[in-house]
Ligand binder design. Structure first.
Ligand code: 9Z3
Length: 325
């Protein structure tokens, strides 16, 4: 071992792992086009016009990342996330006056579509005898509202939607978003609800073609995805307000793990949720308190993201005020 290796800190090792992850990742399709959209979006939305949320931009990540097993990908590892949390939260952030960059898994739940049936095109529309297409009476209010609110947000320039599929695309786009949001300083927020893979197959050690089953049992090693949250927080957007999520299936370790994440990654808030109850209850963990947020179970249509986003907007406001004083 030489002297340089001996003096390497865990931080140096992390930077090397992250550099190697990005260097070996397949090039992002249309990176310059995405950066252009981001810069225009931030330019348009960074002026504060007085209201509480205005001039603030939140990056909401949503849905699960895939881990390809082959370069010409036939098979991949995936996870359960539906993207419901991210889509619903986006709607409430928009209502609170924020502009939203919605970084979502292709095909996952979309803002303003939650009240529509699973296959809106086939279930909401009907073809008349004269071959005109019209909205089915029973869905007309929901369709009008969804289209109206969605168009209002996208055409009004308040919602920018960027899709990803793989863990590579997710982290590459997240880096571009963070860079574009730097000048917003404390008015930038990251709300990291996506379920990002912990393990992956590095691109350089990935086979080109479909893995053959005739070769017997599959024996492959996955390596850990470098802890990008740490560089996102400390280097890419050091002034932003950070909210990450901690998901567990064992409720006995959930709060302890959320506390650990809060300290390790210097998050401002960690939202702790358990898989089976995630739509009913979450715990908002900060360095000074743990607040349970519950869905209003007396109302059939109520969702937990409504009170959750109200609370998080308050926390962000205090953060902005404290850093101004
Ligand atoms: C979450 O915990 C989200 O709340 C859910 C939402 C993914 C559970 P759905 O998309 O579910 O509405 O179906 N997201 C973060 C999950 C995660 O992977 N967190 C990492 C961890 O727990 C830390 S970044 O270790």
């Amino acid at each position: 071992m030489d002297a340089a290796t001996n003096s390497e800190t865990p931080q140096d090792t992390l930077y090397e792992e992250i550099k190697s992850f990005f260097d070996s990742a397949p090039p992002l399709k249309d990176g310059p086009g995405i950066s252009k959209k981001l810069n225009e979006f931030i330019e348009r939305n960074s002026q504060s016009t007085g209201g509480e949320g205005t001039g603030r931009v939140v990056c909401v990540t949503s849905g699960g990342t895939t881990v390809p097993l082959e370069k010409r990908c036939v098979r991949y590892i995936d996870n359960f996330s539906s993207g419901h949390r991210g889509a619903a939260s986006t709607e409430y952030f928009l209502k609170a006056g924020y502009s939203v960059i919605f970084l979502y898994r292709r095909g996952s739940c979309q803002p303003f579509c939650r009240s529509l049936p699973e296959d809106p095109l086939l279930e909401c529309f009907e073809v008349s005898k004269e071959l005109n297409i019209q909205v089915h009476q029973s869905h007309s209010e929901a369709v009008k509202r969804a289209i109206g609110e969605h168009c209002g947000a996208v055409e009004g320039g308040l919602l920018l939607k960027l899709p990803f599929t793989t863990i590579f695309e997710y982290l590459q786009i997240l880096q571009l978003i963070a860079m574009s949001m730097r000048n917003l300083q404390t008015r930038a927020m990251f709300y990291l609800a996506a379920a990002a893979s912990d393990f992956y197959v590095p691109w350089k050690s990935m086979v080109e073609h479909k893995i053959q089953s005739a070769s017997g049992p599959l024996d492959m090693q996955l390596v850990q995805v470098p802890k990008t949250l740490s560089v996102l927080r400390n280097d890419w957007a050091p002034m932003a307000f950070f909210i990450s999520f901690k998901l567990e299936t064992d409720s006995n370790i959930l709060l302890q793990k959320a506390d650990m994440a809060l300290k390790k990654y210097k998050m401002h808030v960690v939202v702790a949720n358990e898989l089976s109850t995630r739509k009913e209850k979450v715990v908002v963990v900060t360095s000074s308190e743990k607040i349970s947020v519950l869905r209003d179970s007396t109302e059939a249509d109520a969702d937990i993201e409504n009170p959750l986003i109200k609370l998080l907007v308050e926390k962000h406001s205090s953060y902005v005020e404290d850093s101004n004083s």
